[in-house]
Design a protein around this ligand. Sequence first.
Ligand code: FAD
Ligand code: NAP
Length: 344
Amino acid sequence: MTDSPTIEIIENADLQPFNTMAVPGRAEYFCRVDNQQQLLQALDYANHRRLPVTALGGGSNLLLAADIAGLVVHLNLTGIHASEFAPGHFYVSFAAGENWHQAVEHCLQQGWYGLENLSLIPGNMGAAPIQNIGAYGVELCDLFVSLEAIEISSGELVVMDKQACQFGYRDSIFKQAGKGRYLITQVTLALSSEPQVNIQYPVLAEALRGKDPSPEQVSAAVCRIRREKLPDPQNIPNAGSFFKNPVIEAELLDRLLGSNTSMPHFQQPDNRAKVPAAWLIDQCGFRGLRSGNVGVHQHQALVLVNFGGTGAEILHLAQQIQDAVQERFSIALEIEPQIYGLPE
Ligand code: FAD
Ligand code: NAP
């Protein structure tokens, strides 16, 4: 193990630069860890003082509703290692602090394919399993092999395979029974030098119509589409989709289609249907709306944007949207980012 200097614990640390919503908020204690030894030091510090521990990556999927009590650990572990387990097939392990999009680009450069549809998703590798990140018809679980994590209460190293992670649509054990219990340190994916291009997702198929695209071209198309539609948090602070796309029962779908014939919907294998939350929010008149210092993005109603407001203001707007969608469509929208600082 390499020599690691003692971690620096900062009291009452400013978290505004560490969340892409750019809302104000503070951590009671904060530290950055660059390797496993420092991470164990941080856990020791917290456990001795009985402080709760919160993991922080790129801060692109959380909302600070208030300050965070205890120790916030900013995971910056880096490193990428690959091993060829069959000709042209690789297990690639990424440390938790690797930036997701840079990792996708690195893999493309190496000729390790599979991640191209997930290009340009903000955040770090360690957070990718938390909500089983997905976009344009591919989810992390399609490539996932295993992860390593440290259990916060015991400091023990655990290895979890795909089954143990209980992945679902923008969901995993880390948002359910395992919430707040682990610090993920490494993620291993299975990638291949044989391209298996997946352009079934309608907007991608349209962008690449008539082409037999390479993985690099798929990645470029995904980046182009995303840049056209989604606000860059550097310019307009946001946390991506603020609500999950609801999956509704066939009975409710039939009823809604009776009075909303143009409602887009995607049949699921279990006879339920996914309805784009953006469409529901748009129908309720929220797209482009600004309310004080927060608002709903003009081009994508699923994205709440911050013009200098607080987490509480964002949550207030979110509640208004949820109430309107419930009232008009009888659908309960579920918030996607992790909310911090709410009373339990
Ligand atoms: P953070 O926001 O830092 O953390 C999110 C949660 O994970 C927190 O609960 C945190 O405690 C926990 N966590 C973070 N790191 C660890 C760790 N190492 N161990 C244990 N827990 C950890 N998501 C998609 O799925 N698909 C998209 O297409 C997509 N597009 C987006 C576009 C924009 C413009 C934005 C702003 C966000 C988008 N997101 C998308 C959401 C977000 O980028 C992902 O969820 C991403 O994986 C979050 O990574 P992060 O490092 O920023 O996590
Ligand atoms: P979009 O293409 O306008 O589509 C709207 C929604 O309809 C999507 O969310 C998608 O669900 C669903 N959909 C579209 N085609 C589908 C199909 N053939 N089968 C099943 N479901 C289908 O979506 P968008 O908002 O521009 O986002 C594009 C992609 O990036 C989506 O996959 C989205 O999830 C992802 N994204 C996620 C975030 C985030 O923060 N989570 C932010 C931006 C973009 P799915 O979500 O299941 O794809």
